[in-house]
Write a protein that binds this ligand. Structure first.
Ligand code: NDP
Length: 316
């Protein structure tokens, strides 16, 4: 078991963490970045990113993250493929322990652990996860070529994924619990114009139906939330796109968070309630949740960590 020391310890390797690393490394702070469970973060499970500035023809999510990591390493970041499971922020340097048992000490810590896709959490959904139930259309759409599928959710993700699914599936039924979508109007227009898409309003999935051999989804039982009426549809796949939960479990009772578990940062700052601990990206942003805003707050966190180190006599 090894012990690592750094002025800036960055937990998480999505757009926020890697941008923080680029800035911290360029400030000569020799950051260590822990890549975590999903190196590259959520953008590694998307395809086309068309709204990240500087890529007029779009860029693939995984490629964008590889480029960010290459840039972070080139300017002096040490990227370690390890997962922090325990933190002690009661004194400086802050101590973090990974699942390999290694100890990491940081004079400052930048938390950029992101958020994870939410599930419906009904028993039949849990049973068929990986057997026709998925939370990532861009990862799994290919398996549903020529089949009928459904997607749950009314936000930008659900609409974007529904449209993406039409490239593979023969039909896509979007199921939403209300009578209007929260997705951007322009995306809704694309959705409604697509002949392969059907929308079922005011409804939730009560049960995922399936067969045992081979284990697969065969349909859904839906319930209209206004009338209570139930109905069934035949589909081979169910995609769940109902938002995200911030990855903050290990900071419970240590850092201030809101009711949904997002870390609370000071206004116009990435500072948490523990001086020297900063939070950037989706872990502290439940409003914008974009790659570019995550990168922006990552930049802020690195600059604030640098200032903190200067103020505390850790660098000249
Ligand atoms: P959102 O939180 O925006 O939407 C979640 C959707 O799921 C809502 O329609 C919500 O319904 C529904 N929902 C939540 N819980 C349940 C449940 N238990 N059962 C049924 N339905 C449920 O999440 P998204 O992932 O869509 O988007 C997150 C953020 O990322 C947003 O800010 C979005 O704009 C952004 N984004 C931007 C993209 C882009 O710019 N290209 C692409 C994808 C995402 P209700 O509406 O009733 O609350």
């Amino acid at each position: 078991m090894a012990t690592h020391h750094t002025k800036v310890l960055i937990i998480g390797s999505g757009a926020a963490g890697l941008t923080a690393a680029i800035y911290a490394a360029r400030a000569n702070l020799k950051p260590i970045l822990l890549a975590g469970l999903q190196p590259g973060g959520q953008l590694t499970i998307t395809t086309d990113v068309e709204n990240f500035p500087g890529f007029p023809d779009g860029v693939q999510g995984p490629e964008l993250m590889e480029r960010m990591q290459a840039q972070a390493e080139r300017v002096g970041t040490e990227v370690i493929y390890d997962l922090i499971t325990e933190v002690d922020f009661s004194k400086r340097p802050f101590r973090c322990v990974s699942d390999s048992g290694d100890e990491y000490f940081g004079e400052t810590v930048i938390i950029s652990t992101g958020a994870t896709a939410r599930w419906l959490d009904i028993p039949s959904e849990v049973e068929y996860r990986g057997f026709g139930v998925s939370a990532c259309a861009t990862c799994d759409a290919f398996f549903f070529r020529g089949k009928d599928v459904a997607i749950v959710g009314g936000g930008n993700t659900a609409v974007e994924e529904a449209i993406f699914l039409t490239n593979h599936a023969s039909s896509v039924t979007l199921i939403h619990r209300r009578d209007s979508l929260r997705a951007e109007r322009v995306m809704q227009d694309h959705l409604f114009a697509n002949p392969k898409v059907k929308v079922i309003w005011d409804s939730v999935v009560d049960e995922v139906k399936g067969s045992e051999s081979p284990k697969s989804v065969t349909g859904l039982r839906l319930r209209n939330v206004n009338t209570g009426e139930t109905s069934e549809i035949d589909v081979a796949g169910l995609f769940v796109a109902i938002g995200h939960t911030p990855n903050t479990a290990m900071f419970k009772d240590v850092l201030d968070m809101d009711a949904e578990g997002y870390l609370i940062t000071k206004p116009d700052s990435t500072a948490t309630n523990v001086p020297g601990v900063f939070a950037a990206g989706d872990v502290q942003d439940h409003i914008f949740r974009q790659a570019i805003t995550a990168a922006g707050t990552g930049c802020m966190a690195a600059i604030e960590a640098d200032r903190f180190l200067v103020d505390h006599g850790k660098i000249a």
